[in-house]
Design a protein. Structure first.
Length: 365
């Protein structure tokens, strides 16, 4: 989505279906999901909510706060990309029909407190919320995994954002407050509790990013090219022991492959710490992840780097890094228990003074 969604009113009586879906922050494992790698998203309390009314025709109408509250619509079977946030709804209905799922017309009210372009998977939350409502209203035979695959296919094939599977999996199958360890190749998943000796904080940098086109798509192409050059199916197959071969790649493929190999290793170390309920290793892993994303994958932003450095300098912060697709979005930090709100509020104030950006503390609310 290119803009935040806001509440709208409806006088159409009780809806035929309701659903809500969480945002996610990725604890660690950035730009690894489309390399068949390892990821560790954490669903949040931020939500996208959908109410759906069935129609007797094949018209789709979507109501949001966008455009002064005006509704947007189209006819089923006539989906055409290029209509902004509505593409995320059009892509779902086009994908469902292409795969043989019969649906009729409907109206949607969509509300959300997830900032679009903030690196918290607002588009995946919208897609999963809408698809869950369609599943209920039209009795579609879709489980949570199928929902995630359909949302990914919609974004990739219709919207034109070549996203991995992590975001829709976290939105569809994750539990807020618990990390979801995902092997994106085997789709093995493990639900993990966070240790009590830490607290999660998330700050929006005030810089929005887009997954469609731009740097994100370029990094996907470079990751694929690096895998081909190394003779592997995906960069998931490259380990830290292979870094000598990686160093022989031409730039920038050497740096892209090095990030993925070391990031997968950091995910495994982070997961091992969560299983042991150990806090000490977590902060250094976040800091190392940010350095790799900034220097090897080159998806950070100078002002995001300022925010990360400010967070890392805080005595109550264990570690911090950019999170999400990059070139803007959000910063994740881990603090000692009970300090995330105070630390985050102070960081926003200093960050605004240094950069002029309207940073926002999202977690804790």
């Amino acid at each position: 989505m290119d803009e935040a969604l806001h509440s709208t009113a409806s006088s159409r009586g009780p809806p035929d279906a309701r659903s809500e879906t969480p945002a996610r922050v990725n604890l660690i494992g950035e730009h690894t999901d489309y390399c068949a790698g390892l990821v560790l998203p954490l669903p949040l309390q931020l939500r996208t909510r959908v109410a759906l009314w069935r129609r007797p025709d094949r018209r789709v109408l979507a109501h949001t706060g966008l455009g002064g509250g005006a509704e947007s619509g189209y006819q089923l079977g006539d989906e055409e990309p290029g209509r902004g946030w509505l593409d995320y709804v059009q892509g779902l209905t086009a994908t469902l029909q292409r795969r043989g799922h019969d649906i009729g017309g409907f109206e949607l009210d969509i509300t959300s407190d997830i900032p679009a372009g903030g690196g918290l998977a607002s588009s995946a939350a919208l897609g999963v919320a809408v698809l869950r409502a369609l599943r209920e209203a039209f009795r579609l035979p879709l489980d949570g995994l199928a929902v995630a695959h359909l949302v990914q296919a919609s974004e990739t094939d219709f919207v034109g954002a070549p996203v991995g599977l992590m975001d829709p999996l976290a939105a569809s199958l994750g539990t807020p407050g618990r990390a979801l360890f995902i092997d994106t190749r085997s789709l093995a998943m493990e639900d993990l509790a966070l240790p009590p000796g830490m607290q999660v904080g998330v700050i929006h940098s005030g810089i929005s990013h887009r997954n469609a086109g731009g740097t994100y798509a370029a990094r996907r192409r470079e990751a694929d090219a690096a895998a081909r050059a190394l003779g592997v199916e995906a960069l998931r197959d490259v380990e830290e022991a292979d870094l000598g071969r990686v160093a022989a790649l031409p730039p920038p493929l050497d740096k892209r492959a090095r990030h993925v190999a070391t990031e997968n290793a950091r995910v495994l170390a982070f997961v091992a710490a969560l299983r042991a309920q150990a806090v000490a290793p977590l902060g250094p892993l976040l800091n190392a992840s940010h350095r790799s994303l900034r220097d090897d994958y080159e998806v950070s932003h100078p002002d995001v780097d300022v925010l990360v450095a400010l967070a890392q300098a805080e005595p109550d912060v264990l570690g911090a890094r950019m999170t999400g697709g990059g070139c803007g979005g959000a910063v994740l930090f881990l603090s000692v228990p009970g300090r995330a709100h105070a630390v985050g509020s102070r960081l926003v104030e200093v960050y605004q003074h240094k950069t002029g950006r309207p940073g926002t503390l999202l977690v804790p609310a």
